[in-house]
Write a protein that binds this ligand. Structure first.
Ligand code: GAL
Length: 667
């Protein structure tokens, strides 16, 4: 059981890169910086097991004892993220193969095929050794299993994967007839007569079979999850009971976070927003925080990595402006995280990440602007313990599934789609007005939400369609967009006009759609005003729905663009196009208000607000000003006490440039 009763603060700690003299200085500086948690040993395999079966734990014993003596808890890695060179030499069949059919070579990290039996065996053996040795160590609070599964190699096209894919399909479909039906292989003469006919979907002459590609995504997610499960089993089989997690990474689409969350005591994310993205940067961060929290169904989660400033892996790596290490750390608190950690404690002096910032820069700590900010955050967090166990709640859900993301991005569509790009306007419309939201899987119980938004929920099952209908029937409000409900979960179209299973719910029927060429827009007539719209235009007919906007230009002028349908005790809106962002924001606000859902605060656009609630009605409002100018916030009647300076706060307030405020609200 995971008991979080404070905000954890720290970073990846890689003492194997430094002398023991430096370790002692690290302890002093960690205390000075308020560090209370480190992730240890993530890339230590070669040092812990320099030869097969020969373990060297003495150095790890020493550093664990030192950390414990200095009051720093440890998320101890299983150390399996980067197999050592001896492993790759002994197991050339474990070398992953890229989509172009060429094998990767040793010399970097995460160098293993997701279906390599040798890797699975060696990594779970090491995880077991670690757990046997440190399962009772007082410093070890948690297990950090592996690291960022799938970050570099989330798919592999080697012969082992081909064979395993064939077996996985056989297990899933039992007969080739079923497979042929599900994959629609009657098209292009792709019918298979033997499981051995199935190859991996790479290097094809033209489009690959979309259903096969989708199954391949599922298979690779499953393969990596099996590695994770094998390590978990190895840990638990020793009797070690510390909670465990694995850290996912910002931007990764390949792994189904909802599925992975089932095996973790807490979900965890590594967050690398690009400071060069201006206003969008913090919104990208918010997106990943919300997603990580949603994998764990709203429970507090961990921010395991972010950078204090520069990364070294973009084409051009921008600094984080002074003040923004802090604002982005408070963003995590606003959205429900219970730890704020960095990669890494001390910037390396050699290796591939030596130009990546750390909590201690190459410059040293004296006079360092980075270390000063790091220290300030650590000191402040000591006052914010109550937040650790409080959860962020939402009344609005965005329907989201990884399978939908995978299916949406497969080629041969009416237009090539990038899942994040198409989701972003709908997501931003909510967070830009501080309306809290969760991502919710369409299979889940939807009844705790008042409003659901379904942006490009392209695939839908019959059960999911029923789930949505029951939600609206019972009084819920659904806003669904174009290119939703088009296929089943295997890339087969639901016939009879899109979205066939939801026509009654929405009161519409779509016959065709016009994806816009880059730069093209149209106009909608809504409330006697002309509003710009972009990306896509559904050509739809209403059945029972009323039309609330019509297109103004092009051959489909006068046809409905936005509609509303009463269904049971609820309402289903449909957007056949993407309205202008400012208009969309207001529209969504009005829609939410219909269900009694309001913004947390009314504020200038750079303000991010999050509310966390705990036991006995306690709640805390976190406000972050993401801009280098002052910003106004109207608390809309809320009152409270600022936890950072003990000031009482009511109603209107001004936040300093890059300012933050944490308010314990009056009940
Ligand atoms: C993460 C990874 C860390 C480090 C960091 C650099 O993806 O887990 O080990 O490489 O990126 O930004």
């Amino acid at each position: 059981m995971l008991n979080i009763n404070k905000i954890y603060y720290g970073g990846d700690y890689n003492p194997e890169q430094w002398t023991e003299e430096i370790w002692r200085e690290d302890m002093r500086l960690m205390r000075e910086a308020g560090v209370n948690l480190v992730s240890l040993g993530i890339f230590s395999w070669a040092k812990l097991e320099p030869k097969p079966g020969l373990y060297q734990f003495d150095w790890l014993d020493r550093i664990l004892d030192l950390l414990h003596a200095n009051g720093v808890q440890v998320a101890l890695a299983t150390a399996t993220a980067s197999p050592p060179p001896w492993f790759s030499r002994l197991h050339p069949e474990s070398w992953p193969v890229a989509a172009d059919g060429i094998s990767y070579k040793p010399g970097s990290r995460q160098f293993y095929c997701p279906n390599s039996a040798a890797y699975r065996e060696a990594s779970s053996r090491l995880a077991g050794e670690m757990a046997r040795r440190y399962g009772q160590h007082p410093a070890v609070w948690m297990w950090h299993v592996n690291n960022e599964y799938g970050c570099h190699v989330h798919e592999c096209y080697c012969p082992v994967c081909t064979k395993t894919f064939q077996e996985w399909l056989r297990e899933r479909y039992k007969s080739v007839d079923v497979l042929n039906d599900v994959w629609g292989t009657a098209f292009w003469s792709l019918g298979i007569s033997d499981w051995a006919d199935v190859q991996l979907p790479n290097r094809t002459t033209s489009y690959r079979n979309p259903a096969q590609v989708l199954d391949f995504r599922r298979f690779m997610n499953h393969s990596l999850l099996n590695l994770f499960k094998a390590e978990i089993e190895a840990i638990r089989s020793t009797g070690a009971t510390q909670p465990l997690f694995t850290n996912s990474v910002f931007g990764l689409k390949a792994l189904d976070g909802f599925e992975w969350a089932k095996y973790q005591d807490v979900t965890a994310i590594d967050m690398y927003i690009d400071p060069a993205h201006g206003d969008q940067a913090w919104k990208d961060g918010a997106f990943w925080h919300d997603l990580t929290r949603s994998w764990g169904r709203g429970k507090p989660y961990l921010l395991v990595e972010q950078t204090t400033s520069q990364v070294n892996w973009r084409a051009v790596n921008s600094l984080k402006a002074p003040g923004t290490i802090r604002t982005l750390s408070y963003q995590a608190l606003a959205r429900g995280a219970s730890s704020v950690m960095f990669f890494q404690w001390r910037a390396s002096k050699s290796g591939a990440e030596k130009y990546h910032a750390g909590m201690i820069p190459h410059y040293g700590v004296d006079g360092s602007r980075i270390f000063a900010e790091v220290k300030q955050i650590g000191a402040e967090f000591a006052h914010l313990e109550r937040l650790g166990s409080q959860q962020a709640h939402a009344q609005v859900g965005i329907l989201f599934s990884y399978e939908n993301v995978w299916a949406l991005e497969i080629d041969s569509k009416p237009a090539q789609l990038d899942a994040w790009n198409v989701l972003r306007p709908w997501y931003n419309a909510l967070i830009e007005q501080n309306i809290p939201l969760d991502f919710i899987h369409p299979n889940d119980d939807l009844s705790r939400y008042k409003v659901l938004i379904a942006p490009l929920l392209y695939q839908i099952s019959e059960a999911q369609a029923e789930n949505l209908k029951s939600f609206v029937q019972a009084g819920g409000l659904l806003l669904m967009t174009y290119f939703s409900g088009v296929t089943d979960l295997n890339e087969r179209i639901w016939l009879g006009g899109y979205p066939a299973l939801l026509q009654n719910l929405l009161g519409i029927k779509v016959e065709e759609w016009q994806p816009f060429q880059p730069g093209k827009t149209n106009q909608m007539l809504v409330d006697d005003k002309s509003i710009s719209c972009s990306h896509w235009a559904d050509l739809l007919y209403t059945t029972t729905a009323e039309t609330i906007a019509t297109y103004i230009e092009d051959f489909y002028a006068g046809r409905p663009a936005l509609t509303r349908n009463r269904y049971g005790a609820g309402t289903a809106y449909y957007a056949g196009t993407l309205p202008d962002q400012a208009w969309l924001r207001n529209w969504i606000k009005k829609i939410c208000a219909e269900q009694g859902v309001e913004s947390l605060v009314e504020a200038d656009p750079d303000i991010e607000a999050g509310l966390r609630a705990g036991a006995y009605g306690s709640s805390t409002l976190v406000l972050v000003n993401h801009a280098n100018r002052t910003a106004q916030v109207d608390l809309m009647g809320k009152r409270g006490r600022s936890l950072l300076d003990e000031r009482p706060v009511t109603n209107n307030l001004t936040l300093d440039p890059y300012g933050v405020m944490v308010l314990e609200l009056e009940q």
